[in-house]
Design a protein around this ligand. Structure first.
Ligand SMILES: NC(=O)c1ccc[n+]([C@@H]2O[C@H](COP(=O)([O-])OP(=O)(O)OC[C@H]3O[C@@H](n4cnc5c(N)ncnc54)[C@H](OP(=O)(O)O)[C@@H]3O)[C@@H](O)[C@H]2O)c1
Length: 331
């Protein structure tokens, strides 16, 4: 566990030499992504931040960008509109970034929601939350890897459920398309290990890049009711009863942002970045080396060895082959 005091002390050391100078946030228009952008910009470092989001968020994001400029006039924040639930759009957004940058230091991925409701598909035939939390994220990584490879200490963070992998993943129906096979719980059971397995495979092939699959714990962003019809009884119940309860044991917006900024910058994960004098982070293969780190809400590394070992043996190859098939038209 890393205490909040240690987190703040580490983040206070962020400066122009160790900050991610070019950072891409997909999902920085609200929630944990937004809190983390705010924390990064507030370090006063000279950073260039790309905020990728959908058209409906453009207006409030423009106001957010003005606030960021007030916090740190040296920060350059660039809005890129993109409907990233669509893989064709994800590809287009990546092409825009590639045309503007020669390197990327940080790719921070938070778009998504808990899909507690009926199955909804994108125009490309993928369940919307699966596209946001898995396929689109992996596509961003694969497209931006050459730019990450040009950075000094590149890092990719996917915020979902690192360390919570279960082995009950349905390998015969990875996309939960069979009738009756989709539920909010099963979706998480699929998307979390799919993230960890593919991130680990990409990390093994790109040893220069640090990968983190983060489980943020509870942060009251309204995320649990995003997948529901806004005026449904369940959405009202969650808003009136559940969310006030969630708030009681949630991280504050500020602490969540600081904890994720620590994950973006500390040498605790992989050895590069803001100096860290505690024990080195252990990667998903239980080694104190660079690779994929499964990081929990207290910023501890939780390799989840038993489940990860089984998944590696039985699922990783299948997930990778299937992912390649889905993403191939957009690579
Ligand atoms: N908050 C928690 O307690 C918690 C716990 C465990 C895991 N997680 C996971 O961690 C990730 C980040 O969580 P969060 O609480 O920061 O989420 P959030 O605030 O609810 O949303 C994160 C981002 O997802 C985007 N998004 C949502 N639905 C979208 C859609 N249909 N199309 C395009 N973009 C969409 C949002 O864009 P807009 O701003 O345009 O709406 C926002 O930028 C999510 O995958 C979440 O499931 C969260």
């Amino acid at each position: 566990m890393v205490s909040y005091k240690e987190i703040k002390a580490s983040n206070a050391l962020i400066n122009d030499t160790n900050a991610p100078r070019v950072a891409v946030f997909v999902g920085g228009t609200s929630g944990i992504g937004k809190f983390t952008v705010t924390a990064l910009v507030a370090t006063d470092a000279s950073v260039r931040v790309y905020l990728v989001g959908r058209k409906s968020s453009e207006e409030h994001t423009r106001i957010f960008i003005q606030e960021l400029h007030t916090i740190n006039p040296k920060a350059e924040v660039i809005w890129i509109e993109g409907e990233v639930a669509l893989l064709a759009e994800t590809k287009r957004v990546c092409e825009v970034i590639k045309s503007k940058e020669s390197h990327v230091d940080l790719l921070f991925l938070t778009a998504g929601y808990a899909p507690f409701g009926t199955r909804k598909e994108t125009a490309e035939g993928i369940e919307v939350a699966q596209s946001l939390e898995y396929y689109s994220r992996m596509l961003f990584i694969l497209h931006l890897l050459p730019l990450l490879g040009e950075a000094e200490a590149p890092r990719v963070i996917s915020v979902l459920g690192g360390g919570l992998e279960r082995t009950t993943i349905d390998l015969d129906d990875l996309d939960l398309k069979k009738p009756g096979n989709f539920s909010g719980i099963q979706a998480q059971t699929q998307y979390i290990p799919m993230n960890s397995m593919t991130l680990e495979k990409i990390a093994n092939d790109n040893t220069n890049v640090t990968f983190i699959h983060s489980w943020p714990g509870s942060v009251n962003t309204g995320n649990v009711r995003r997948g529901l019809e806004p005026n449904s009884i369940l959405a009202w119940f969650i808003w009136l009863i559940l969310e006030p309860l969630i708030t009681l044991f949630s991280f504050s917006d500020e602490e969540s942002g600081q904890r994720h900024l620590f994950q973006c910058t500390s040498a605790a994960f992989g050895g590069r970045g803001v100096p860290w004098h505690g024990p080195p982070g252990i990667n998903s293969q239980e080694q104190p080396e660079n690779g994929l780190f499964l990081v929990n809400r207290k910023c501890s590394c939780t390799p989840n060895a038993k489940a990860m070992h089984l998944l590696r043996e039985k699922a990783q190859g299948k997930i990778w082959d299937h992912t390649q098939e889905v993403l191939r038209p957009y690579l």
